[in-house]
Structure formats: C-alpha cells, structure tokens
Design a protein around this ligand. Sequence first.
Ligand code: IVH
Length: 648
Amino acid sequence: SDAEWDLLFRELRDLETKFPALITPDSPTHRVGGTPATALTKHAHRRAMLSLSNAFSPEEVREWEERNARLNPDTRLSSYTTEIKIDGAAVNLTYAEGRFVLGTTRGNGIQGEVITTNLKTIPDIPLVLKGNDHPPLMEIRGEVYMPKEVFVLVNAERIGAGEAPFANPRNVSAGSLRQLDPSITRSRRLRFFAFHIEVINGTIPQSTQHETLELLEAWGFPVEPHHQQFENLALVLNAIPTVETLLPTLPFAADGVVIKVNSRALQEDLGVVGGREPRWAIARKFAPEVAITRLKAIQINVGRTGSLNPYAILDPVEIAGVTVSSATLHNEEIIAQRDIRIGDWVEIIRAGEVIPQVLGPLRERRDGTEQPFRMPSTCPACGVPAERPTDEVMVYCVNPACPERLFEGIVHFASREAMDIRGLGTERIRQLMDAGLVKDVADLYTLVPEDLIQLDRFAAQSAEQLVQAITASKERPLSTVVFGLGIRHVGKQVATLLARRFGTMAALRTAEPVAIEAIPGVGPTIAETVVAWLGTDQSQALLNRLADAGVGKDEPTVEVREGPLIGETVVLTGTLPTLSRDDARGRIEAAGGRVTGSITRKTTLVLAGEDAGGKLENARKLGIPIIDETEFFRRLHTLDGGAGEAPA
Ligand code: IVH
C-alpha cells in the first residue's frame, strides 16, 4: 500500500544516510516518478519540481518546526496554511504574458515531458488568465486528478472488458496525461487544482501562501477550497483531526494534508533539502482505514478478452464511510501469494483510493473449514477448457464463441468509450442475443426495424431509433472500430497507432506481421497478440463483414519521415547498460529507423551491448557499423537537438 511504501522509503533513506556505501544508482531515493515515454518530448524544468517530506504523527510535525527553527528562529513565530494533498499527477504550466504556452509532467523532478495539448483538453486549465497583472513569465504548479466518480466508471468499463482495473486515481491521471492522442485524455474527464506559483520573470506582491492561493483564484485557476490559515503550529495540529475525517468524503482521492510555512520570505530563507524537498512544507499522512470481514465466496466474471476475473464476495462492511461487499482479487497468483481462502476473515483496506483491496487473511481466526481457491479449469460461462498463457498471470476462456465473452464484447463495442451506440445497453444486447438476432458485433449492422418490433419492449419508434443509432456508428473512425473490437492488449492508444499505420480496414486485415511489429509504441507482446488475432478465420471474416457493411472511416496514415536514423535498418544485440530492448527499439523507431531481428545485407547499423554473441561476428564479417549505447545516444542527441537524451 502507499502507506507501507512511504515507511519503507524512509527506512531506506535512513539506511542510506548511515551507510552511504550501500546506495545503489537505481535507488528510489534518487529517482522520482516513472520513466518518461520515448514518444513524448522531454523538457528540462526551469526550476526543479519538488516533492514533499512526510510526517506520520503530530510529533513529527513538531520536530519539523523545531528543525526549521534551528535554521531560522523566526519559524517559531510563523503562521501556516494547510491544504489538502490531492492524489493525482503533478504538472507544471508555463504562462507567458498570461497565456498558457507549455505544459509538462513532473517526470523525475528535473526533466519532465511535454503534454501541452493534452492539458489543453482539461477545461479547468485557463488558456488565458483573467486580469492583466501577471508576471511576464511564470510557472503554475498543481495537480491533475480524476474525480472518484469518473474513476469508478473507467474501471467498471475495464473490468467488463477483461482488462486489469487501474489501482488508483493517481495512476490513471498520470497515464491519461501521457497519451499520444489528446482525445483519449479528453475522454478521461480530468480536473485540475493549482497550489503554487514559481515566478521566472517579474514579481508578485503577495507575501504569503494564503494570498498566493487567492491570487491563483483571481487569475482563474481552481484552488482546492478546504485550505486554511493558522496563527501558529499548535492551532494547525488542533485542526488536523477534523481535516482527516474530511478526506474520505472528498470527491477526489486525497492522501494527506500539506502544511506550509505561510510567509514567502521565510519559505525562501528555509529553502530546499537535497534539491528534492522544500523545508517549508511537509505532508501529514494518515494510516489508511482498514476493516475486517468474512470472505464468503470467490466468483468469476468473464471479460470480453476471455479473461477469467476472480472477485471476492464479502460480508458487507463499512470502510471510510462506504459499504463494501465485493473486492477484486485480480488473479490466482495474488490469491495464492496472500493465501486467501474461502471462508477466511480478511483485512480490507481502502487507502484514499477507491477500489477496496483484500490485504490478506487473519490466519489466527481460521477454524479449519476454510477452502483454498482453485481457478476453474473450464470457463464458467461456456464450459470450454480455460488456458493460462506461459508468461501471463491471467487465465483465459479461449472459446471465441463463448456467449459471455461475446456478450461482453458487444457491450464494449457499443459503449460510450467505443462506438457510442445510443440505446444499446446491456439489457438490449442480452435481448438481441437471446432472440438469436445478434451473435457478434457485425450482426448489429444487419438489423432492420422489422426484426426488432417483434421483441418485447420495442415499439416502432424505438426500433427505428436503435437501427439509426447503429447505422450512425458506421461513421466512427477506424481507430474507434479497432478499439471496439476488444482485441487483448489493444486499448485506445494502440488502436490509434494501428489505424494510423494502416489507414483502412482492408489494409489492417492483411497487414504483415513485420509491419505491425515495426510500429513505434507497439511492443512485441502487443504485436504478437494482434498478429495472432488477425490470423484466425473468424477475425478475418468479422473484419470482412464489417468492411462490407461500411463500418469505420478511413484514417490518414502517418509515418515517421524525419529523424537522425531515417533509412537505417538496425539490429539490437546483447544487453545495453541502461536501456531495455523495448526502450531502445522505441527510440530507434521514433528517430525514423527500423529494427529487425537478424543481420542481413540490408542491415545498416548494429547497436551492441554486453554479451553480444554471433550477431556481432556476423556484422563484423559483413562490415556493418557497430555502435554502443553511448554512441547511440550521441547520434540521437547531436543529430536531432536533444530529443534522444540519455535517461536520468
Ligand atoms: S506543494 C513546490 N501542495 O504532492 C511545492 N503539493 O508528494 C511542492 N501535492 O509533487 C508541493 N497536493 O504534486 C503541494 N496542496 C499541495 C499538494 C501537493 C498534492 C502533490 C504534488 C507534489 C507531491 C509531493
């Protein structure tokens, strides 16, 4: 859980302070945030984007003030603000002359990624500021978040689609911001709160954090409304328990309270520790709420990709104000690792997050009647033997004709996120399937009003309307249709990449495996799944029928036509010091190069790491240039002006 992570992080940092020789280069204390995606442009922050140190008790908050007071005795007289710590994704918005000109992720705090277009899809972020008293150049920092309500909807769709749900609103905010296609970002209905101004050029007259928040509001930024100002730290500590009870009731995930020294001058004087955390602010975090209840049964839901998704049926229990009666169990491996048995008393946690998690059993409460869970060997919906692919944790129903899979598949296809067919909800789909009118998504396009009128709850008008809505969906772009097909691993992003590469249904249907593998951003696992899917007669027939019905608007194809590696056919061999194979491949492709598996006369460049074997000798024999990772970065860097920077 997040709380455990925080504690382990501290323990690690303390150990590293005591035993610096044990610090490893990849220690999490040296690194903040995820690895940037290769496809987004990097941007070095003008000023580092800081993180916060944590306090887990009132005592630790007092110690924090004491430490600051030793550096500057004025701290003892300081007033403070408290703000809700919003659990989303930190972003940095640059405003020049009051206009939004650049938006980035935090990245590792030093370097982020440019996501301006995606941020412009968030209505909370003003493109032009109100008033005319803005510093000529400044950065507004704040948090992009997904409201809990939206998070629940997005996850329900994913579970229905046989995809793993997002663990928390933070992951989904960050993921939604780093999409290559802004329409996906827009569909996630993200929101924004501002909490900090970093003036680059010019000044602001405000002398306190409290006034800064008011200024942000006056400029048109949403500011989380529960911020307060206090004369001294004792009053802060008095107020915090009330704020703590507020957190679970907020419409967004919140993981603590940020206490900030109010005076900007004092903030400036206290400064930053280790280039990473400001001394003038601290996050007061709370232990997450836990409840204990009985796990009555484990049931299976069949997703559209055929995944068999186990979930726990619980004796209803209240956690943080919400009644919980079921919880996802993800897959059989997690159930086995945590030794969760049917009939167990289990600990459920809901840590500022939305999905309750089964932490594990209370073994001491067992009476011997608990039953270990066995994943069924056949699909509970169709009875066909289920399979578990070698490198996956999920078990799948492999019967493409499984009624439950087909049903979930049509639900997904018709959903708002995909083809958006109004009036075609789960009940209607059941009805059409039960009547034998629809077996798969292509059948939808054969429906005529006369078929429908004969069914219950259909009148002439509703029958007409539904057929019209289905016909209207033919106009959706190819990428939407591909996403709607519900191919395993093909979310909106991959669907867009496929549609942009092949342009038409016919071209996609007959795509060569190598062409799919070469799409930047499509890794080997995804490529393999898509190739396998396209390889079956059923898929071929389905695509043909959809194309014949005129479903899907062709999409303009896009290819990388410039870059330092344009025209190069590159072979990767051996282990590179910092880049994974996928990462290297992504960078080569983003730079316009092609990656192939074996050395041939067409190979123009070999990127070799350690333990490169036969391929290297082959390349030498053929006189093909061989480079190492450093040279690779140099080529990307010097030839394209920095887009291929080495990872931090
Ligand atoms: S102040 C420059 N205030 O928490 C000041 N951070 O764990 C540094 N966060 O990266 C941050 N709500 O993204 C601040 N009211 C708030 C916040 C907040 C959420 C995030 C922020 C930061 C992270 C640190």
